[in-house]
Design a protein. Structure first.
Length: 246
């Protein structure tokens, strides 16, 4: 599958803070860091299950999550392609519940529904507004390209980012160090000029460590990562930390 051109956005402002005239580039994970994937998934899955005549119960949701999580883990390990993941999670799900249906059709419909249901985490827009112009910012995500672009446009958040980097378009995924090298090369900076910010220890923090990039683990539940360089539990904490280190 041909890789799409990376999206860049022209920014007509200077990145100047009172402390640092050469601020670092912030590389933000999308889901769980700025975008509320759990809420988005709830809307999309509910609609999909309804169309499949499936009950939207905790039991069926848990079974789907089991199939989906396994596929994403294999994708991040490089043993399952994104093209395969789109339908494979539903093939496994249907197998677990004994349903005979078309996993390819279900996968494509789910992607469409996810793209239409973009939801931000509480406080995310205010956070982006507050730091916009202080730092050059970029999105780095393992999400499905079609879905992510629809969500970014639907939430009117593309304007905050200088670049949007999606694994499906780069041809390599987090936590592979190659993903981060491609991002840095495209931006035109060294690893010392970037900070990775994300909520996934497995893909964001491990990936940053693999690439030798300073990183921040954000958990709104107050969890900490021993692997991360820094830990924060709110956007307010993140703003304070960035003022000190970026």
């Amino acid at each position: 599958m041909p890789h799409r051109k990376i999206i860049h956005h022209k920014c007509d402002f200077c990145y100047i803070t009172s402390m640092n005239k050469n601020p670092k580039h912030l590389l933000f994970d999308a889901d769980g860091t700025l975008y509320d994937f759990k809420a988005t998934e709830d809307v999309a899955l509910s609609s999909l299950f309804s169309g499949l005549s499936l009950p939207y119960t905790d039991e069926f949701i848990d079974i789907y999550h089991e199939a989906n999580s396994g596929c994403w883990k294999e994708y991040e390990e490089g043993t399952l392609s994104m093209d395969s993941l789109r339908s494979e999670r539903f093939r496994r799900f249907f197998g677990l519940i004994g349903k005979k249906d078309d996993p390819v059709k279900a996968g494509e419909e789910y992607i469409r529904l996810l793209g239409e249901a973009g939801i931000m985490l509480p406080g995310a827009i205010g956070f982006l507004e507050e730091i916009h112009g202080l730092y050059p910012m970029h999105i780095i995500t393992n999400g499905i390209a079609d879905t992510q672009h629809m969500r970014f446009r639907g939430t009117d958040t593309e304007k905050y980012f200088n670049g949007i980097y999606i694994s499906e378009e780069l041809g390599v995924q987090k936590p592979d160090a190659g993903f981060f090298r491609k991002v840095l090369d495209d931006i035109g900076i060294g690893r010392e000029s970037a900070i990775v910010i994300g909520d996934s220890e497995r893909s964001d923090i491990q990936g940053a460590v693999n690439a030798g990039i300073e990183n921040i683990f954000i958990s709104f539940d107050g969890k900490c990562s021993e692997m991360a360089d820094h830990n924060v539990s709110s956007y307010e904490d993140l703003i304070s930390l960035l003022h000190d280190i970026a």
